[in-house]
Structure formats: structure tokens, C-alpha cells
Design a protein around this ligand. Structure first.
Ligand code: ATP
Ligand code: FE2
Length: 328
């Protein structure tokens, strides 16, 4: 089964082709809206998606060597995300479904971050640490649904890193720049550490950092190093607590921040210490991408699910546990 996936929850418009039989991602085209300063005006991002959507779809088909007539299924991210952006992807997906006369299936973006890990790695029933710009959540399958075991109580880890990087004049996106500078950090600066059960809070550490930057007493390198050590330790702690709580012994990652090698290293150490396994993916499958949407669409469709065009309205605030999971 050949599925075309469409992603457009936020700044990225993605189109991808996945072969369900060979379990291969044949193409994964990512067109990200970028600005120097960061920040997004929803209508501007939606305009970007309109500009690139046709090219993204053609490129995905071309790179995969698949003709439109060979597509069996159309999957798209139905939510959660920014309404303006979601509507562009949904429109493209509906058109493809109607023109190609192939079924449509609406996919939950957060669940897709976990499903692509199950599709591309040996992980069977993992806990997902989803660490992106806007989202910081620990998700796992339990009692018939995907559930959020823990999350940020205020800002997402990526937005937190970007805002810290902006205060240091490092530019946007901040995560990769912080990672680079952190390698030359030597001293661990004490920062507030805020874990509440399986939730984390990053607002306090953000304010504290801004005061420390103003004081001029600390080097950029030491601050970047300390931010990573402290904030990532919080994420790893809540992921471990969810693993202990659910009795699961596999960990996977998702979201742009998952590209960070120090975070990956800390996850590996935690899993080794508890006799669990951790599986990593290529970065193209951590950032928002359409391959994960196609993969999830295939699983859902095989379990008998599809989304008639008239029921394909976008769901900007869909919750992970709203989704009925028939494919597991
Ligand atoms: P969401 O998926 O919640 O809508 P998003 O689309 O903003 O959020 P992603 O595209 O998954 O998120 O990730 C973007 C974030 O990842 C940015 O905040 C960026 O700074 C961060 N990031 C990217 N690479 C790294 C890295 N190497 N280390 C740390 N953070 C990183
Ligand atoms: Fe995402």
C-alpha cells in the first residue's frame, strides 16, 4: 500500500510517500517557514504553505518514483495545531483524495510522532518523550488509548531554548546553537530544577536565566551547558517516571529538540541504568514531517479507519486521548 502523507500543523508543510508493504519511507519532503527572529504570524505561515504545497507534493512523488495513480491512500494531520495552517494541508489532502478517488484518513500529529518510531525501529510499546517547540509531553499507550502521562506546565522546551537563545543574541532557532556552545561549557551554573510528579515547569528557569545573562557574570558557554544539563535532566526524569509507572521498557523520542545529541546521550544513560532500550531516528523524522503522518495513516486504514471528506474538518485542539485507537 502506497500512502501520501500531508503535514501542516505549524511552520512546516510536508509531503511524503510511504510504502506500507516494504515498510519504507520513499520520500519525505519538508518545507519549513522560517524567519530570522522566530515567532510566527499564522496567516503568513498559511500563505507559505499555499505557496509550497504543489511543489512539495510533486517533489514527494518524484523522489519516490511513484505516479499519482499508484497512490492507494491519502493521510493528513487533522490536529492539533494552528487552524490557519491545518486548513491548507487538509484542503490539499481532500483534493488529492477526490481527484485520485482514494480514501482519506485524518491523523493526530502527536500520536504520529510515536507511530513513526514503532514503524522504523524495533520498538513495540514505547514511552515517547515528545520534545518540540510548542510541545513537551510524555506519551504512552495504556488501556486502549494514547495518554499524556506528563507535560510542561507552562512553555514547551523548544520555545524555552529559543527564548534563552534570543536573550543571548544567538538567533533562531536557538536549540542547535545552544548545543554547539554547550560543548565548550565547563562550569555547571545552578539553575532552578522544577519537576512536579510527571510534569515539568520551565518558566522559572527562563526568568532566572534572563537575570543571570544581565548580570554578565557567566560565560555563554557555561550557561548553554548548564541549561542543557538542567532542563534535559528534568525531561529525562519525567520520562523515566512514566516508564516506571507504566512498566514499559522502551523509550523513543520525537520533536525538534530530540535532535540534540546530549539529550539522546542522557536518555541512553537512563535506559541503560534501568535495563531498558532506547531507539533513535534520523533527524528528518524528529522534526515535523509528513512521513510520520503517512505511516500512522497506513496503520489506521489497515484497522478499518478512514475519514470521509465531509468529516475531515480540522481539529486545532484535539487531545491525544480523544483519539480512538483501533489499530493496536
Ligand atoms: P510542534 O511540533 O510542537 O508544533 P515545532 O513545530 O515548533 O513544535 P519542531 O519543528 O519539532 O517544533 O522543533 C523545533 C524546535 O526544535 C525549536 O525550538 C529548535 O530550537 C529545537 N531544536 C532543533 N534542533 C535542536 C537541537 N540540536 N538541540 C536542541 N533543540 C533543537
Ligand atoms: Fe511536532
Amino acid at each position: 500500500m502506497i500512502c501520501i502523507g500531508i503535514e501542516s500543523t505549524a511552520h512546516t508543510f510536508g509531503a511524503a510517500i510511504v510504502d506500507g508493504e516494504s515498510r519504507k519511507v520513499l520520500s519525505n519532503v519538508i518545507k519549513a517557514f522560517t524567519t530570522e527572529e522566530g515567532g510566527m504570524v499564522p496567516s503568513k505561515v498559511a500563505d507559505h504553505h499555499v505557496d509550497v504545497c504543489q511543489e512539495a507534493v510533486s517533489e514527494a512523488l518524484g523522489k519516490a518514483g511513484v505516479k499519482p495513480g499508484q497512490v492507494d491512500l491519502v493521510a493528513f494531520s487533522q490536529g492539533p495545531g494552528i487552524g490557519h495552517c491545518l486548513r491548507i494541508g487538509a484542503g490539499v489532502a481532500r483534493s488529492l483524495s477526490l481527484v485520485l478517488k482514494k480514501p482519506l484518513v485524518g491523523v493526530n500529529h502527536c500520536i504520529a510522532h510515536l507511530e513513526i518510531c514503532r514503524f522504523l525501529t524495533p520498538a513495540k510499546d514505547p514511552v515517547l518523550l515528545y520534545a518540540s517547540g510548542a510541545n513537551t509531553q510524555v506519551i504512552a499507550f495504556e488501556s486502549g488509548k494514547y495518554r499524556v502521562f506528563g507535560e510542561t506546565l507552562d512553555i514547551g522546551i523548544g520555545n524555552f531554548l529559543d527564548s534563552f537563545a534570543r536573550a543571548l543574541n544567538l538567533g533562531f532557532p536557538g536549540g542547535p546553537k545552544i548545543e554547539k556552545l554547550a560543548k565548550d561549557g565547563k562550569k555547571l551554573v545552578k539553575l532552578p530544577y522544577s519537576v512536579k510528579g510527571m510534569d515539568v515547569s520551565l518558566g522559572g528557569i527562563s526568568t532566572n536565566l534572563k537575570t543571570k545573562i544581565k548580570s554578565g557574570e557567566y560565560s555563554k558557554e557555561d550557561l548553554c551547558f548548564s541549561v542543557q544539563e538542567t532542563a534535559f535532566a528534568m525531561l529525562v526524569e519525567v520520562a523515566e517516571r512514566a516508564m516506571a509507572h507504566t512498566g514499559k521498557s522502551e523509550l523513543v523520542l520525537g520533536g525538534g529538540v530530540a535532535c540534540n545529541k546530549r539529550l539522546q546521550e542522557m536518555c541512553t544513560m537512563m535506559c541503560e541504568a534501568r535495563g531498558a532500550k532506547v531507539f533513535f531516528l534520523e533527524n528528518q523524522f524528529y522534526v515535523d514531517n509528513a512521513a510520520m503522518i503517512a505511516v500512522t495513516g497506513i496503520e489506521m486504514f489497515r484497522a478499518g479507519q478512514s475519514t470521509p471528506v465531509e468529516k475531515s474538518e480540522v481539529r486545532p485542539s484535539e487531545r491525544t486521548d480523544d483519539v480512538s485507537v483501533t489499530w493496536r
